[in-house]
Design a binder for this molecule. Structure first.
Ligand code: FAD
Length: 374
């Protein structure tokens, strides 16, 4: 029932909004707020937030069944917003929580997380964005890159370096930056896929924030990044598979219709093998993602399985779209059919919240007990 109603939300409400807007441009803030209004009504703008804080407290498995139905550009934005709400809630000062949480929860304000920097991508702990505290004021200086939602958000959870530890590594501190109070520079970064979504460079030039906006304790930002990433990874896998399923459906319709050598392509043995491979790739990866989410729900360690699920799902999704394009021949590589755009959309998911290589290393660490990235 949950999946069916999410499908209806997607088909009857969200996809018509996307179809109404330019397909190759980031959606405007008013359109994003309209979308968030619908997501809030459905109860998923704070899906992971515990009910004690007014969230939906959905199980990750249920959340996955919903997420796989949503248009991927919207799902990725929601993932950033919902994950950032969790990162905010864990450790926010009570008065600050009361001031912001209701708006995040109800989708009236959009929030995102800014961690990545020009020199801190996969090695996400090496951030250099500086936090300086002077009396009762705090200042942020630095640049963040590839931040989902940044150009349409109201607030950001920014990972800053609050100094260095005894081994010379940055001590990451979460800071809430309210764009209505603090000045930041924003520049949209055009993406090859998911073009209605938002990816942004953010600059802080001694951006002033109140001390009360420091969240949690110095050093705990990495822990909350990882907690959210572990849940995000299989969810991103399901978003990529949403694209793969659409590509598969388009290819199946094409080979059923198109005749060559006197019969439909669908009747050819090699074409049937391709269809079987595509269906198997989607189904096996989908079940792996759902299993990773169910593992998270048990509270068991899930770093390895969650990394494995995203890597498998995004890899399979890309392979399925590639085969779908081939099955459609000339049509497959035209703009007209839309498969080329799905190809670019699916490709994007192989980078955020862990590249394919880094996900293999996280999984490998769980298998061997040895971290290989240093
Ligand atoms: C659509 C999208 C949304 C994003 N949203 C956000 C967001 O909301 N907030 C945010 O903070 N960031 C966000 N990011 C940034 C994202 O987290 C980084 O792009 C990602 O972590 C990879 O970092 P990088 O691009 O610097 O690549 P790099 O770290 O430079 O990696 C480049 C290549 O080197 C490989 N590599 C790196 N280290 C190793 C190693 N030790 N061994 C072997 N191979 C290695 C990687 O696998 C990769 O293939 C987003 C990115 C995208 C594309």
């Amino acid at each position: 029932m949950l999946a069916d109603s999410a499908k209806r939300l997607s088909e009857d409400t969200l996809m018509p909004i996307l179809a109404r807007e330019a397909a190759d441009k980031p959606l405007s803030k008013p359109v994003m707020l309209e979308i968030y209004g619908h997501l809030a009504e459905f109860g998923i703008t704070a899906a992971r937030l515990h009910e004690d804080f007014g969230g939906s407290g959905l199980s990750m498995l249920d959340y996955g069944l919903i997420m796989e139905q949503l248009p991927p550009a919207i799902a990725l934005s929601l993932l950033s917003h919902d994950g950032s709400t969790v990162r905010f809630n864990a450790g926010a000062d009570e008065a600050v929580r009361d001031a912001y949480l209701p708006d995040f929860r109800e989708g009236r304000k959009i929030v995102c997380t800014a961690n990545s920097e020009p020199n801190a991508g996969s090695d996400s702990n090496t951030i250099s964005t500086k936090l300086e505290i002077e009396g009762d004021r705090a200042f942020i200086t630095g640049t963040k890159m590839w931040i989902t939602n940044a150009s349409v958000c109201d607030c950001m959870i920014v990972s800053c370096s609050a100094g260095n530890d005894e081994r010379g590594r940055p001590v990451p501190q979460r800071v809430l930056v309210d764009l209505s109070q603090s000045k930041v520079g924003l520049a949209e970064t055009p993406l090859a896929g998911l073009k209605q979504g938002h990816l942004c460079e953010v600059t802080f030039d001694r951006t002033e924030v109140p001390l009360s906006h420091l969240i949690g304790s110095p050093g705990d930002a990495g822990k909350y990044m990882t907690i959210v990433w572990n849940a995000n990874r299989p969810l991103i896998g399901l978003m990529a598979l949403n694209i793969a399923r659409r590509a598969y459906d388009m290819a199946l319709a094409h080979v059923t219709d198109r005749k060559q050598f006197g019969s439909p392509l669908a009747a050819k043995q090699l074409v049937q093998q391709d269809l079987s491979d595509m269906e198997a790739a989607i189904t096996s990866a989908r079940l792996t993602c759902l299993m990773a989410l169910a593992t998270l729900d048990t509270g068991a360690r899930s770093n390895g399985i969650s990394a494995m699920a995203k890597r498998l799902a995004t890899e399979n999704a890309n392979r399925v779209v590639h085969t779908a394009m081939q099955l459609c021949g000339g049509m497959g590589v035209t703009e007209e059919l839309g498969l080329a755009q799905l190809w670019a959309d699916a490709r994007v998911f192989q980078v955020p919240d862990g590249t394919q290589g880094i996900l293999a290393l996280i999984h490998g660490r769980d298998i061997t007990g040895t971290a290989a990235w240093r």
